[in-house]
Design a protein around this ligand. Structure first.
Ligand code: PHE
Ligand code: ZN
Length: 876
């Protein structure tokens, strides 16, 4: 945002932008007529902008990497004396109150490797404008609080029959020189980051949906002809999402068509452009033969996510990019809620929390920590983070849970009623939820502006004579660089008491709650809102000694440090009433074993007891119960003297002990789960996941013939989940035939990009692998530096092995990639550099070496994205 020019430049002379400097625009844009003419070696963009003064001030148009051909204002050609221009913007002082611009620029999508603005990907031209790509297409006040009506004419050679833009097709026709054109008009006002255009040769899958208002909507998914059969899952998910948003939020779709385009070169998952979503192929194509179950699930939830943005993001958008979590946090919460209808709520919650803890908690514990609504940034692209998305979703969830479904709906109704068509702030959302529901939630606002994961500490004691249970909880958050002293936040803590003897849950309703220092409505429906530094609650009429269960359903995004005994946690693993809470107890036990050297016996006994029954009832949940916290998650809990080898050994030891403990069970369980016909439902998905998990333990336990089972599973697989699961076990366990199977996989799927990504991933993620293996994969003829999915399949999976990452070669591997991508694709380069962000926790001499390597990158990189990340990482 070129809102206020701040003189403060960082060492790379990149400007820092502050939330406090936000100023409303001095001009609005009444309409834009855009014409895009695509040629093989350049593209011409002509625009007509009708602008109208709102307040005093300069007229500012953003523009980057544009060749300005001509510009006129109210019919008069402008000369360079009439404006100021720099690499980022064009400024007109003393502009008239009504300003009509005609601007022509030349751009080069054919050589745009950054995948922002308009770029060519293979035979396809697509746009990516969030957050600031539109300024690479033409001069425009490219900020989300400028909403306008777009009319778009696209012209190209007929070798590109597909010409798409947002809204309705109003005209199309033939031109000379084998060219043609199409004109699209989008009746809804939108910010420039939601503009989209697609030019290519695509096939289309069509369907339709009738909204609750009776609107007949044409649904279209565009993909390469060979991929069209893989679009049915996405289409069904789209229809389900449309229905869900009507049922749950009362939100119907508002245009006559909804288009989705699949592109294989894309930096992120997908983009919610108004009526014309653009999707990374990995988030839209799904076919059991080439797509694993989790990947297929991800397709459905991403379709939902982008669709839900139509209301939370598009119709109501962000005032400025600091408010990103207004649309992202809320929309993630919405897509998570939708996904709960596709699998058991317990497993959905486990998956969301598991990723929150391993990614967001880790981010918040390191030098890239920032609040869900940051108050400054250098490069906004660096803030599409787990904190903005997933912690943002947790904040929405806390408020929704406190209100309950009915009041939350009143709150969201009020939000849509007040702000439809506007660009707003996080405060506007919380005000609407509060006023609509009649419950003041404004005390939740500090969650948006304070970084760091709060830690809730606690203790409890039972008084058998008085029959009271006294619970004392306190909270603290570590201070973070650049942010004020942390304040206590309202932390909803889900509480239940269980009878230690019988294991039965004690109904809190029948207990009288006597509270000291706690407001009347602070504890209700089993949720206690801790909103001071320390508080005590006394539960009365507790007739038997209880075990307390806390943070049920992960009621708040916090770390919990309660003085449980290991036996209490084992008790909860056995007696808690839902799968999430059982999983949480298992995780807490495991963290004690892995981080505090507790004896694993209690965990092993508890899991051995619980597992067989859970597996019968819900195989997917059983798979999750066997989760052992990842090495990277464990590392995020270690602040100094981190030795990756030690963490790896400890984790391996637990896995081995678990494998041994249930050796006979694994063998039986595997035999009892034959491969059956593929069905896309959560029960069968659970069985497939469990079969893979069990197979891994059987191999680890040395069950005779287990590696042969893996080979057979590979050969007989009816779907990718089975085939890839088996292949991974063979490769990671160095089976004799591992290479044969890898070669077979390669031959089978050579022409399926997304499956081939898995071939790279299995090898890059191999704990028995090496930096050398990863480097060789990046030299493979099928490796492609222009396709982020392929780059991530190596770099992302390799990062799962910190023992390999935290070596001289491993760190150099990542810094070299960041350097290479610095110009070519800085958004991706910055993300890859983030894998090294916790270097400062390493034990010596690795720590010093890491510092040298990172410092060596300084001066070698120039992009705002990579420089900002590098500077922050080095500040640790
Ligand atoms: N707004 C997209 C989403 O969350 C993510 C995205 C951001 C895509 C930036 C591309 C570029 O749905
Ligand atoms: Zn989003």
């Amino acid at each position: 945002m070129n809102i206020a020019v701040n003189p403060e430049l960082n060492e790379n002379s990149h400007q820092t932008i502050y939330l406090k400097d936000y100023t409303p625009p001095s001009f609005e844009v009444l309409s834009i007529d855009l014409s895009i003419q695509v040629f093989d070696d350049h593209t011409l963009v002509h625009s007509k902008l009708v602008m109208q003064r709102l307040t005093s001030g300069d007229l500012i148009l953003c523009g980057r990497d544009l060749e300005l051909l001509n510009i006129s204002l109210n019919g008069n050609a402008l000369t360079p004396q009439d404006y100021e221009i720099d690499p980022e913007q064009l400024i007109i002082k003393n502009a008239p109150d009504q300003a009509e611009f005609a601007i022509s620029v030349k751009i080069h999508p054919e050589s745009n490797t950054q995948l922002e603005g308009l770029y060519q990907a293979g035979n396809l031209f697509v746009t990516q404008n969030e957050p600031e790509g539109f300024r690479k297409i033409t001069f425009f006040p490219d900020r989300p609080d400028i909403l306008t009506v777009f009319t778009t004419r696209i012209e190209a050679d007929k070798k590109y029959p597909t010409l798409l833009a947002n809204g309705n097709l109003v005209e199309k026709g033939e031109l000379s020189d084998n060219r043609h054109f199409a004109v699209w008009h989008d009746p809804t006002k939108k910010p420039s980051y939601l503009f989209a255009a697609v030019i290519g040769d695509l096939a289309v899958l069509k369907d339709s949906f009738t909204t609750m208002e009776g609107r007949h909507v044409s649904l279209e998914i565009y993909a390469l002809a060979q991929d069209l059969p893989k679009c049915h899952v996405a289409m069904q998910a789209l229809k389900d999402s449309m229905k869900w948003d009507e049922d749950v939020y009362g939100r119907p779709y508002d245009l006559d068509n909804y288009m989705i385009v699949a592109v294989s070169q894309f930096n992120m998952g997908a983009m919610e452009n108004k009526g014309l979503n653009i999707f990374n192929t990995v988030c839209v194509l799904a076919d059991p033969e080439v797509t694993t179950d989790p990947a297929m699930f991800y397709v459905k939830s991403t379709i939902a996510h982008e669709y839900f943005h139509n209301w939370t993001g598009n119709r109501i958008t962000c005032r400025d990019w600091f408010q990103l979590c207004l649309k992202e946090g809320f929309t993630v919460f919405r897509d998570q809620s939708f996904s709960t209808t596709l699998q058991s709520p317990a497993v959905q919650r486990i998956d969301d929390v598991s990723s929150l803890k391993s990614v967001q908690f880790a981010e918040d514990a390191g030098p890239l920590s920032h609040p869900p609504r940051p108050d400054h940034f250098v490069e906004i692209n660096n803030f599409y983070t787990a904190t903005v998305y997933d912690k943002g979703a947790e904040i929405a969830r806390m408020m929704a849970n406190l209100l309950g479904p009915e009041k939350f709906r009143q709150g969201t109704d009020e939000y849509f009623r007040r702000h439809d068509g506007q660009a707003v702030t996080v405060e506007d959302l919380v005000d609407s939820l509060s006023d609509g529901s009649g419950v003041d939630l404004r005390n939740f606002l500090p969650w948006y502006s304070q970084p760091g994961t709060p830690c809730v500490k606690g203790r409890g004691s039972y008084d058998a004579d008085a029959k009271t249970y006294t619970l004392t909880l306190s909270q603290s958050t570590a201070k973070r660089h650049n942010y004020p002293e942390p304040q206590p936040l309202p932390i909803p803590v889900g509480v239940a008491l269980f009878d230690k003897e019988t294991g039965e849950q004690l109904t809190l309703n029948s207990t009288v709650l006597k509270q000291s220092e706690v407001a009347e409505n602070n504890i209700k429906d089993g949720i206690f809102v801790l909103d001071q530094a320390e508080q005590t609650v006394v539960f009365e009429q507790v007739n038997a000694e209880p075990v307390v269960s806390l943070l049920r359903n992960f009621s708040a995004p916090v770390l919990l440090d309660f003085d449980y005994s290991d036996e209490d946690l084992a008790f909860l693993l056995e007696h808690e009433t839902n799968g999430f809470n059982q999983w949480q107890a298992a995780q807490m036990l495991l963290e004690r074993v892995l981080l505090q050297d507790h004896n694993p016996a209690v965990y092993l006994n508890a899991i051995a007891k619980a597992l067989p029954q859970v597996a019968k009832d819900d195989a997917l949940l059983a798979t999750r119960l066997l989760d052992i916290p990842s090495e990277n998650y464990l590392a995020s809990r270690i602040d100094q003297e981190y030795d990756p080898a030690v963490v790896h050994q400890k984790r391996d030891a637990v896995l081995n002990a678990l494998a041994d403990r249930l050796k006979d069970y694994w063998a039986d369980a595997y035999q009892s789960l034959p491969i059956v016909e593929f069905k896309d439902n959560s029960v069968e998905m659970g069985k497939r996941a469990y079969r893979n998990m069990v197979l891994g333990f059987a191999i680890r336990a040395g069950v005779e013939g287990a590696l042969d089972w893996a080979s057979e599973q590979y050969d007989n697989a009816v779907c990718m989940t089975e085939r890839l699961g088996a292949l991974r076990h063979l490769v990671w366990n160095k089976a004799n035939n591992a290479q044969d199977k890898l070669d077979d996989f390669y031959k089978r799927f050579k022409h399926e990009d997304l499956a081939l990504d898995q071939w790279f991933a299995v090898q890059a993620g191999n704990p028995q692998g090496s930096v050398q293996v990863a480097r060789e994969l990046m030299e493979h003829p099928e490796f492609d530096w222009g396709t982020p999915n392929r780059i991530r399949s190596v770099t992302g999976n390799f990062s799962g092995n910190p023992v390999l990452v935290w070596t001289t070669e491993g760190m150099q591997f990542y810094t070299e990639i960041a350097k290479r991508l610095d110009q070519q694709n800085p958004v991706l380069g910055s993300r890859i550099l983030q894998f090294l962000s916790r270097w400062y926790t390493l034990k010596e001499p690795l720590r010093s070496e890491a510092k040298n390597i990172l410092q060596g990158l300084k001066g070698e990189v120039n992009s705002t994205s990579v420089c900002e990340t590098l500077n922050n990482v080095l500040k640790a």
